[in-house]
Structures are given as structure tokens and as C-alpha cells.
Write a protein that binds this ligand. Structure first.
Ligand SMILES: [Zn+2]
Length: 72
């Protein structure tokens, strides 16, 4: 029986990674730490929060046209 292992490459350096290591899916603990540091750096860049002036355009919508539709 041929054992088919999926080809796993280290996302950091691209070297073949060993699934049996504790650093998986990275090839080494060093690459694991590099990836962790990358995530921590990007997580602090949060997208722009919602502000009240984002909703101003909705206030211009009104029901003025409803009365006219009732007239005969
Ligand atoms: Zn690596």
C-alpha cells in the first residue's frame, strides 16, 4: 500500500514542512514565530470604524411621494 501524503509547504519559506513536527504547518519553530509576528502586526490595523456621518445620506429619504399617490 502506497501511502499518499499531501505535499505541505511552509507558508513562510516554501520548504517542505513535516506534519509530524509541533511547528506544523511550518517547517520549523522559527518560521512559526515569523508567521505569528506577521499576524500580530496586521491585526492592529483595523478598518475604519462606523461614524454618524456615514448615515446622513439616509436622512434625505422621505415619504413625500406617498400622499400624492392617494389622490384621484
Ligand atoms: Zn519555513
Amino acid at each position: 500500500m502506497a501511502e499518499k501524503k499531501p505535499a505541505l509547504k511552509c507558508p513562510i519559506c516554501g520548504k517542505p514542512a513535516d506534519l509530524n513536527t509541533s511547528a506544523s504547518p511550518f517547517c520549523s519553530a522559527r518560521c512559526k514565530m515569523i508567521d505569528l509576528g506577521k499576524w500580530l502586526g496586521e491585526d492592529y490595523r483595523i478598518s475604519e470604524p462606523l461614524r454618524p456621518d456615514h448615515f446622513v445620506e439616509f436622512e434625505e429619504l422621505s415619504g413625500d411621494g406617498l400622499d400624492a399617490a392617494e389622490r384621484r
